[in-house]
Design a protein around this ligand. Structure first.
Ligand SMILES: Cc1cc2nc3c(=O)[nH]c(=O)nc-3n(C[C@H](O)[C@H](O)[C@H](O)COP(=O)(O)OP(=O)(O)OC[C@H]3O[C@@H](n4cnc5c(N)ncnc54)[C@H](O)[C@@H]3O)c2cc1C
Length: 457
C-alpha cells in the first residue's frame, strides 16, 4: 500500500541555491555506466589536450551501483567490449591472481564486490575525475532555450547547484531526465488491463559463505550441468527446508570457492519510482533471503555451515524510466541485428524479461515475444535527449522499448554506453558542437580507437 502519494502541498519559501561548482561534464549516478562515462570523459579531455573537468555524483557511499551497492558479482555481455570494460576485466582477474585465488569459473565473469569498490575509486582518482559520494541529484535547471545548465544536489553540505556544459544521466532510473522534464516511458501495459503498467520484479541479492564448493556442485556448477539443472536442484533443496523461493529459478554464482552470490527472490508489483514500494520490497525480500538460507542450513550436510555475509543495501531494481532519445532502440533492431554508422555498443545478450507477476511456475523468466534475435548495435542517437539540450543518457536509462531494455541493461553494455557517452561529451565540448549534431562514428569513435590503442577500421 503506497502511503506516499501527495494529497496536499506545502509551499516552501524560495531561497537562493549556492552554485558550488562549474564543471565541463557532470555525470549523475556512479554505477557501471556512470563510472565508465566519467572515465571516458576525463580520458578523452586529456587526449584532446585539456585538463579533465569532470564531476561524478553518486548517492551511495561507494561507486559501482548494482555492481557493489547491489552485490551483483556477475558481469554479462562483456566479452566483445573494448575500452573500459576489457580494462576492468583484466584488472579484476590480475588482482585475483595476485591474491593467489583460482582463475574464475569459465561460465561467466564473476568479480569480488569489495575489490570492485576499490578498483573503481582508484581508476577515477587516477583519471582525474572529481568524485562526490553521498550526494543525491534532486533537481535540474533548464533554461528558456531548453538547455540543461545545472543540477541541484543535496548532501551533508546542504542543497547546492552544480553547473556543466554536458550532463550525463547514469542514474539507471532516469532521475535527471525526469527532473529536466523529459518524456519517459516505464514498464509496459498489463495485457489483462492495459490501463495498468507492469514492470519486471526487484531482487535482493546476497553474498554467502560457509559453502563447500565441491560438495554443492549440483546447486551451482554450470560446467558439469546445463544452465537449468542447478537452479532446479537449489529450488528443491529450499522447498525441502520449508522455503518456496519467489523466483522460480534461484541461482548461486561462484565468486571464489568459498564465496557465492545468490539471486533467489522476485518482488512483484512494486514500482522502482515509488519510495514506499522500494522500502516495502526491501524489507520483504531481506526477510525472504534470511528464511531461504535458514531453510537450507537446517538440512545440514553440505548446507550446515552456510552463512549470509551481507544482503544488498540497495535492492536490485531491474527497470525504471526510459527517457525519449533522438532514436529509440527497439525489439525490431534486435530481430534484424541492426547496424548503425554511429554505433556506440554492440549488444549480444538476448531478451531477458523476468516474470512481471507470479503466474507461471514459481515466477521465472517470461517466454520471448519473438523466435530469434541477433547481436545488434545501439546508436549514439539513443543516448541523446530528444527534448533537452546538453543531456545524454547512458546505461539502463537510454532510449529503448520494453524488450530491448531487457537486453541492453546488463552491465557489459552499460559500461560501453557510459564510456561512449563520456567521450562524446568531451569531443562535443572541444568542438563546440551540439550533442544532437555530433557525428559519433566519424569523430568520436576514431578518437576512442586511438585511446584503446586499436588500429582504426
Ligand atoms: C536483480 C538484478 C540482477 C541483475 N543481474 C545481472 C547480471 O547477472 N549481470 C549483469 O551484467 N547485469 C545484471 N543486471 C542488470 C544490471 O545490473 C543493471 O542494469 C546495471 O547495473 C545498469 O547499470 P547502470 O550504471 O545504468 O545503473 P545502476 O547500476 O543502477 O547505477 C546507477 C547509479 O546511480 C546512482 N543514483 C541513482 N539515482 C541517483 C540520484 N538521484 N543521484 C545520485 N545518484 C543516483 C545509484 O546509486 C547507482 O550507483 C541485474 C540487475 C538486477 C536489478
Amino acid at each position: 500500500m503506497n502511503t506516499l502519494n501527495p494529497s496536499s502541498f506545502l509551499n516552501e519559501i524560495a531561497k537562493p541555491t549556492p552554485i558550488a561548482e562549474e564543471a565541463d561534464i557532470v555525470v549523475c549516478g556512479g554505477g557501471p555506466a556512470g563510472v565508465a562515462a566519467a572515465l571516458g570523459a576525463a580520458r578523452m579531455q586529456r587526449q584532446l589536450g585539456q585538463k579533465p573537468n569532470v564531476r561524478l555524483l553518486e548517492v551511495h557511499g561507494q561507486l559501482g551501483g548494482v555492481w557493489t551497492t547491489g552485490l551483483l558479482s556477475w558481469i554479462i555481455d562483456a566479452g566483445n567490449k573494448h575500452g573500459v570494460m576489457s580494462e576492468l576485466l583484466e584488472k579484476i582477474n590480475a588482482k585475483r591472481a595476485q591474491m593467489g585465488e583460482e582463475p574464475p569459473v569459465k561460465t561467466g565473469c564473476p568479480y569480488d564486490v569489495e575489490q570492485m569498490k576499490l578498483l573503481l575509486e582508484q581508476m577515477c582518482v587516477k583519471a582525474g575525475v572529481k568524485v562526490l559520494l553521498h550526494t543525491r541529484v534532486v533537481g535540474a535547471h533548464v533554461d528558456e532555450q531548453k538547455k540543461l545548465t545545472h543540477v541541484i544536489v543535496e548532501n551533508k553540505s546542504g542543497r547546492q547547484a552544480i553547473g556543466g556544459k554536458v550532463f550525463i544521466d547514469c542514474t539507471g532510473d532516469g532521475d535527471l531526465a525526469a527532473q529536466a522534464g523529459c518524456t519517459c516511458e516505464y514498464g509496459r501495459p498489463d495485457p489483462d488491463d492495459p490501463s495498468k503498467i507492469q514492470a519486471q520484479p526487484f531482487s535482493m541479492l546476497c553474498l554467502l559463505t560457509g559453502l563447500e564448493r565441491d560438495l554443492t556442485k549440483p546447486y551451482h556448477d554450470r560446467e558439469l550441468y546445463d544452465w537449468g539443472t542447478p537452479k532446479e536442484n537449489l529450488r528443491a533443496a529450499m522447498r525441502a527446508g520449508g522455503a518456496d523461493p519467489s523466483y522460480g529459478k534461484p541461482t548461486l554464482f561462484e565468486i571464489y570457492p568459498d564465496l557465492f552470490t545468490m539471486m533467489a527472490n522476485h518482488e512483484y508489483g512494486f514500482s522502482g519510482l515509488n519510495a514506499q514500494d522500494i522500502s516495502d520490497a526491501t524489507i520483504q525480500s531481506r526477510k525472504e533471503v534470511h528464511d531461504m538460507i535458514a531453510a537450507l542450513r537446517k538440512q545440514g550436510g553440505c548446507w550446515s555451515k552456510i552463512r549470509i555475509v551481507a544482503t544488498a543495501s540497495q535492492i536490485g531494481v531491474r527497470e525504471s524510466r526510459r527517457p525519449l532519445g533522438v532514436y529509440t532502440v527497439s525489439l525490431d533492431d534486435m530481430v534484424e541485428g541492426a547496424r548503425f554508422d554511429d554505433a556506440v555498443c554492440r549488444c549480444t545478450f538476448g531478451i531477458d524479461v523476468h516474470a512481471t507477476r507470479k503466474t507461471n511456475a514459481g515466477g521465472g523468466i517470461e517466454d520471448k515475444p519473438v523466435g530469434k534475435t541477433q547481436p545488434y548495435d545501439i546508436p549514439y542517437r539513443a543516448l541523446v535527449s530528444a527534448e533537452v539540450d546538453g543531456l545524454l543518457f547512458a546505461g539502463r536509462c537510454i532510449s529503448g522499448d520494453f524488450f530491448a531494455h531487457s537486453s541492453y541493461r546488463v552491465t557489459g553494455n552499460s559500461v560501453a554506453l557510459g564510456e561512449g557517452a563520456g567521450a562524446a561529451a568531451a569531443v562535443a565540448i572541444k568542438q563546440n558542437t551540439k550533442l544532437a549534431e555530433l557525428a559519433y562514428g566519424d569523430v568520436v569513435f576514431p578518437e576512442l580507437e586511438k585511446m584503446w590503442g586499436l588500429k582504426q577500421v
